[in-house]
Write a new protein. Structure first.
Length: 550
C-alpha cells in the first residue's frame, strides 16, 4: 500500500506560473512584437543567489512626474513595487502638483524623452511598457518609434488627458496621433469616461449601455483590449468598469468606496495591469487583480490625510503594514491550472496508509496541475503543518495549493488560495481577508450562484456533482446538463467535479464548453492503490484529442 507501489519519475516541468524559481529560465521566450501578449512568462532582471537564478518582471513607465507623488511616475513606481515588479521610468513632463491641482507643467523635450527610452530599452529586458502623460505629439512619435526599434511584450496605454483635479495634461491636438499610431500598438487602453468621449469625437457617455458601445468603437481604433472606467458615471452604489477583449464584454462592478483620496487611481490601475501582465497573467486576470488592488488600497487609505486640497493620494504600500513579507509567490491566477485538479481526502489517505504529503507528491508526479487540501477531519494544527509541507513540495513544481473551507489555515500557511462552498465563508469575505491576488474558488450548482461568485470576486467555479459520488454525503447530482447550464451563465472559468475519473472525464471535456478548464477529482486519484499511476492515466485521457479532431 502507499505510494511505494509506483516508481516515480521526475515531474514534467509545469509552466503555469511566471515565477517558478526552478524553471524560470526555461520559461523565457524570445520577445514578441509590441502587440500580441497573452502569456508573458520570461522575466528579466537576473539576481544570482548561489545556484538559483531569480527573474524579476519589469515594467517601464513612460509618464509625467507628480511632485505630490499621488499620481504619475511616482504612483507607477509604488504600484509596481507593491505588486513585486521592477519599474524603470522615462519622464515625459515634470508637473508642479499637489492635492489642490496642477500649478505648472514643464514638458521634457522629445529628444530627451527619446534618449531616456533608448537608455532603458537598449539595456534592460523590459517586459511591459505602460504609458501615462504624453504631453506632445512628438513625444508620442518618439515613443512609437522606440517601441518599433525595441519591441516589448505588452503595451498598456492610459490615455491621460485631464488630471483628477480637472487640469489639462495633454490637449485635444494629441488625439489624432493617439488614434493613428499609439492605440493600434496597444494591448490594452484604459480611458476614463472623459478620455473615451474625447477619443470618440465628443460622444456623450452617460450609462453603462453607452459604455458598452463605446468600448467597441474604441476597440475599432486598434487596441486589442479596452477597459473603460466608469468611476465618474452619475452616482450609483457600485462603480462599473466595462472591459472588452474584442469578443466579450465584461461589466466589472465594485462597491464605491467613500473617500476623497482617489488621486492617482487611473495611473495606479494601469501600472498594476502592466505589472500583472509582466508576471505572466492573462489580460482579464490582470485587469481583475488590478481593480481589486486599487479597491483594497482605497479602502485601506480612506481616512488618511495628506495635503489640504480636495483630492488626496492613497497608500499604495498598505500591504507592507499588514502582511508578512516572506511570501515568495508572485504569480497570478491562470485558469489553465484547473486542468487536472487533485482534491485530497484524509479518510482515503488513512485507508491506504499514506500521509497527505505522500499523496500530494504522487499526484504532482502524475501531472496534477493544482492541489486542494480537503481535510475534513484532522485537527487544525496538524492541518496547518501538512499544508506547509505540501506548499513546499507543490511550489517546487510550480503547482498552486488551495485550502478547502479553512480561510484561517490558508492565511496562516500563506497558501495560494481557498475553495469555499455555498455554506462556507462567503467568497466576498474570503476575498477581503485574503487580498486581491489569492485564488478563490466557489462551488456552484445554479446560474444564480455562478453570477454571485463573479460579483463576489471569485476566480473560478467548481461545478458538480456532475456524476453521483460517495465522497460528499447528500450531494445533489446535477449531471452534464446542470454543468452546461452553470457554464453558460458563468463569466468565470469552471472546473467540473463529482464522480469524475478515467472512464468519464472525456465526456465532460467533450461537451466543449469554453469555460470548462478541467476536472477536479478526489476518489479516482486518492481512493486507489497508486495515486501516481491513476493521476497519470487521467492526464493521458484529458489530453486525448476528441474523436474526429486532428
Ligand atoms: C473544485 C471544487 N469544487 C467543489 C467543491 C465542493 O466544495 P463545497 O461545496 O464547499 O463542499 P466541500 O468540499 O467543502 O465538502 C470542492 N471542494 N472543490
Ligand atoms: C467535494 C465535492 N463537491 C461536489 S462533488 C464532490 C466530491 C467529489 O469527489 P469524487 O471525485 O470522489 O467524486
Ligand atoms: Mg466547503
Amino acid at each position: 500500500m502507499g505510494t511505494s507501489c509506483c516508481h516515480s519519475s521526475p515531474a514534467l516541468p509545469h509552466s503555469f506560473f511566471a515565477l517558478n524559481l526552478k524553471n524560470c529560465l526555461s520559461l523565457s521566450s524570445p520577445k514578441a512584437s509590441t502587440r500580441g501578449v497573452h502569456q508573458i512568462r520570461a522575466l528579466n532582471v537576473k539576481v544570482m543567489q548561489e545556484d538559483m537564478v531569480m527573474n524579476i518582471p519589469h515594467v517601464l513607465s513612460v509618464a509625467g512626474s507628480d511632485s505630490g507623488a499621488g499620481a504619475g511616475i511616482q504612483a507607477d513606481l509604488k504600484a509596481c513595487a507593491s505588486r513585486g515588479v521592477y519599474c524603470s521610468t522615462v519622464i515625459t513632463a515634470v508637473t508642479a502638483q499637489n492635492t489642490a491641482g496642477v500649478q505648472g507643467v514643464h514638458t521634457v523635450p522629445e529628444e530627451f524623452v527619446a534618449k531616456q527610452l533608448k537608455s532603458v530599452l537598449s539595456d534592460m529586458d523590459v517586459d511591459v511598457v505602460k504609458t501615462g502623460m504624453l504631453p506632445s505629439i512628438n513625444i508620442v512619435k518618439v515613443l512609437c518609434q522606440s517601441l518599433k526599434q525595441f519591441p516589448v511584450r505588452a503595451l498598456v496605454v492610459d490615455p491621460v488627458m485631464v488630471s483628477t483635479s480637472g487640469d489639462v495634461l495633454a490637449g485635444p491636438s494629441i488625439l489624432d496621433i493617439f488614434r493613428e499610431q499609439l492605440l493600434p500598438m496597444a494591448d490594452i487602453v484604459t480611458p476614463n469616461l472623459k478620455e473615451a468621449s474625447a477619443l470618440l469625437g465628443g460622444l456623450q457617455l452617460k450609462t453603462v449601455d453607452d459604455m458598452c458601445s463605446a468600448v467597441k468603437s474604441i476597440h475599432d481604433i486598434g487596441p486589442r483590449n479596452v477597459l473603460l472606467k466608469g468611476g465618474d458615471l452619475p452616482a450609483s452604489l457600485d462603480a462599473v468598469d466595462v472591459f472588452f477583449d474584442g469578443e466579450n464584454i465584461f461589466e466589472l462592478c465594485f462597491p464605491r468606496i467613500k473617500t476623497q483620496n482617489t488621486h492617482g487611481t487611473g495611473c495606479t490601475l494601469a501600472s498594476c495591469i502592466a505589472a500583472e501582465l509582466a508576471k505572466g497573467s492573462p489580460m482579464l486576470s490582470a485587469v481583475k487583480v488590478a481593480k481589486r488592488y486599487v479597491q483594497t488600497a482605497l479602502d485601506y487609505s480612506k481616512d488618511i490625510v495628506i495635503g489640504n486640497g480636495i483630492q488626496g493620494p492613497f497608500d499604495h504600500l498598505f500591504k507592507l503594514k499588514s502582511i508578512a513579507l516572506n511570501s515568495f509567490r508572485q504569480w497570478a491566477f491562470d485558469p489553465s491550472v484547473l486542468f487536472l485538479y487533485a482534491v485530497t481526502d484524509s479518510g482515503m489517505n488513512k485507508r491506504w496508509g499514506r500521509s497527505i504529503t505522500d499523496a500530494v507528491e504522487a499526484a504532482i508526479q502524475g501531472g496534477a496541475t493544482i492541489v486542494q487540501l480537503r481535510e475534513k477531519d484532522i485537527e487544525t494544527g496538524e492541518f496547518l503543518e501538512a499544508a506547509k509541507a505540501c506548499l513546499k513540495i507543490c511550489h517546487l513544481h510550480g503547482v498552486p495549493v488551495l485550502i478547502n473551507d479553512r480561510v484561517d489555515v490558508a492565511l496562516a500557511c500563506d497558501a495560494d488560495g481557498v475553495h469555499v462552498g455555498q455554506s462556507d465563508m462567503p467568497a466576498r469575505m474570503a476575498r477581503t481577508l485574503l487580498g486581491p491576488e489569492k485564488i478563490i474558488g466557489v462551488s456552484c450548482k445554479t446560474p444564480e450562484q455562478a453570477r454571485q461568485a463573479w460579483i463576489d470576486g471569485a476566480d473560478y467555479i467548481g461545478c458538480g456533482g456532475v456524476y453521483p459520488t460517495n465522497t460528499k454525503a447528500n450531494n445533489r447530482t446535477i449531471g452534464l446538463e446542470g454543468l452546461k447550464t452553470v457554464c453558460l451563465a458563468s463569466k468565470l472559468p469552471v472546473v467540473a467535479i463529482g464522480g469524475i475519473g478515467v472512464s468519464n472525464a472525456r465526456s465532460v471535456m467533450e461537451l466543449d464548453l469554453p469555460n470548462v478548464k478541467g476536472v477536479a477529482v478526489v476518489s479516482a486519484l486518492f481512493n486507489r492503490e497508486c495515486v501516481l499511476a491513476e493521476t497519470r492515466k487521467l492526464r493521458t485521457v484529458l489530453r486525448e484529442k476528441p474523436a474526429g479532431r486532428k
